[in-house]
Ligand binder design. Sequence first.
Ligand code: CP3
Length: 378
Amino acid sequence: MGLVFQGPSRIMPMQHGCSVLHFSPGNDLRVTKILLDALAGQTSPRPPFWFMRQAGRYLPEYREIRTTVPSFLDLCYTPELAAEVTVQPVRRFHPDAAILFSDILVIPDALGQKVTFSEGVGPQLEAITSTDDLARLSSAETNTHLSPVFETVRQVKAQLPEDVALLGFAGSPWTVATYMVEGGTSRDFARTKTWAREDPDGFDDLLALLVSATSGYLIGQLDAGADAVQLFDTWASAVPADQFDRWIVEPTRRIVETVRAEKPGAKFIGFPRGIGPAIAHYVTETGVNAIGIDSALSPAYAADVLQPACTVQGNLDPMALLVGGEPMLRSAAAIIEALGDGPFIFNLGHGVVPQTPPENVAALAEFIRSGAGSGDLR
Ligand code: CP3
């Protein structure tokens, strides 16, 4: 049957918290986190879901909290407020995971590179462009600097319903390095690539510093109670094929290995955005448990090539949420149809954008929770 979504009458939302109860041999009722089941390679009657950037400016309750702090980083470093904005979308949409509220740029901040966020401009950093500049950075105190983030994890963990997983995260070394070297967002990454090509060993030193700081940061998040972590490699798409192993795969693999040496079995979701078919190589070489796919990758390709090796997460176009309604739900259903028979986590192909109407996110969440498009309901 081709058509999956059949109108609102098919949508029967389940109450939050009653989704998956299993009898264990001791006969005690156990609430499971279906997102963690998916990361372990299992399937559930409906796919688990969460949305990248599910917290943030599109929510009025986020904007209200944001006005109470002078800067965005103050929000990231105030555990009570960061925990509150982490939980806000969980209250509204009942996803299967919360994602820690923080930012990938807390790592350069913790290394001693000043980071500011200004309205309408995005992040601004005092750019480092050479190996000499690396001497200004230090990884000695990163986890002390980041201890408020670990406190946020503990506070969120205490507030979440039992069946909701808590995801930690960090940026991947390449993506974080681009912000550090460009001094902000960039269109062509010319400074970063110039450094990396002129002085490959020096650039490797920057990546190594980021591997070490990021591994320690993720271990801290897992120690504080994160159930799994996602590595965001937003600008992986900019890396040329001949440098892909050196700038993307190797640093990612080393983070996974370093974290698992300390936290055996730690679960990773990799999100190397926009890399096309190189994603299969990324999966086999890095050791991630799940792979986040962007909206340009065909779900059928992901089902054929990636799902036999790992859990797939994705990949509704965030712009579908600007329009909402049946077109959005049809697109979601097509993704569930292609990927729902294997280990799968429903998500977007990138983050929720600030102009998204929250009611469209609510409709999408309800559609997935109802099991529409999944298994027998198909
Ligand atoms: O809900 C969540 O997903 C958790 C929070 C989260 C934020 N940033 C909050 C945030 C996460 C996971 C991130 C990751 C992040 N940060 C990435 C990777 C994911 C992606 O979107 O590609 C990147 C590249 C960054 C760097 C960053 N942080 C930029 C470029 C900006 C400015 C964006 C803009 O539109 O102004 C930020 C700021 C930021 N991070 C905001 C939020 C909610 C907005 C700041 C504000 O409230 O003023």
